[in-house]
Design a protein around this ligand. Structure first.
Ligand code: ADP
Ligand code: PLP
Ligand code: MG
Length: 283
């Protein structure tokens, strides 16, 4: 089973960042080393929250402490998400560098949290540029949503050809494997939501019904699950099908309960045995 160093936000109430990623990974059997970039009362989608963005020194210090235990070579991947500040981004990039120095087979899966279609950019100044100019070239796996794909490439994505070209443009700059989430293209049927994965010159597409929920943290869960299944199977297609099926089940349960927060704990069976399986198509 993989060991994953997960460096993301923490919230006391609800499920985004590490509070969305760690439990599903553990439920699947992964060992997770969690470092929190912020500790907030709740996610920022509520418009109001309390807490702190941690200093970059704290992140670097915790990484050093793990290195002091002599376990870096046992780390299979670094998973990063909401950064809190561009300085924290630099500490995360350094952590990925150290892990890879100890274990050259280790992967950095970077979820480039910048914003989304409804809300626009919702992270601090300097973070989007850091992700584009510093993180992207060093990452192995990238999991942007459609808004982030467009921001990072400076391209409009309307058609499947646009999406494939944008993914290829990202791959040309670094990450060998890309998962695009929340993809709505001109041929996406009303009532569906799509995803696109690309690796090794191949592309796979998958869509699921759109559920009547507007939640935060699904992107963090999908990045964690995609990384886990990509590590285990070595296949982006297999990882896409597994992650998408689990997150659909999680959100279906969340919609049925009418919950504002994703039901990470109550719907945990969906991580192990999704109630409905979706197949990806080569495209
Ligand atoms: N309303 C929804 N109905 C069905 N699936 C959804 C819905 N919202 C999100 N998802 C699923 O969760 C994935 C990640 O979604 P999203 O929260 O948009 O990511 P991010 O937060 O990174 O933008 C999507 O690709 C989709 O598969
Ligand atoms: C603290 C924090 N972390 C992470 C996220 C990312 O959430 P999502 O998975 O919806 O992109 C958010 C979004 O609001 C947030 O406020
Ligand atoms: Mg996201």
């Amino acid at each position: 089973m993989p060991a994953i160093l997960s460096i993301q936000s923490w919230v006391a109430y609800g499920h985004v960042g590490n509070a969305s990623a760690i439990f599903p990974l553990q439920r699947l059997g992964a060992e997770v080393w969690g470092i929190h970039t912020v500790q907030f009362s709740n996610h920022t989608g509520y418009g109001a929250w309390r807490g702190q963005v941690f200093g970059a020194e704290l992140i670097a210090d915790l990484v050093q402490g793990i290195e002091d235990r002599g376990v870096m070579a046992r780390c299979d991947a670094v998973l990063s998400g909401y950064m809190g500040s561009a300085e924290i981004g630099a500490a995360i990039r350094d952590a990925a560098r150290r892990v890879k120095a100890a274990n050259p087979a280790a992967l950095w899966c970077c979820d480039p949290v910048i914003g989304d279609v409804g809300r626009g950019v919702f992270v601090r100044e300097g973070i989007p540029e850091f992700l584009r100019d510093q993180a992207l070239p060093a990452a192995d796996i990238l999991t942007p949503n459609q808004f982030e794909l467009e921001w990072l490439t400076g391209r409009e994505v309307r058609t499947l050809a646009d999406a494939r070209a944008a993914v290829a443009a990202l791959q040309a700059r670094g990450p060998r494997c890309v998962l695009v989430t929340s993809l709505r293209l001109d041929d996406t049927p009303e009532g569906e939501i799509g995803m696109l994965a690309g690796e090794g010159g191949a592309f796979w597409r998958l869509s699921t019904p759109m559920l009547p929920v507007s939640v935060n943290g699904a992107g963090d869960a999908i990045a964690a699950l995609f990384l886990f299944h990509r590590l285990r199977s070595g296949s982006a297609r297999v990882a896409l099908e597994a992650a998408a099926s689990s997150v659909f089940g999680l959100l279906r349960r969340t919609a049925e309960a009418g919950s504002r927060e994703i039901l990470t704990v109550a719907a945990q069976e969906e991580f192990v045995a999704p109630s409905r399986r979706f197949a990806a198509l080569a495209c």
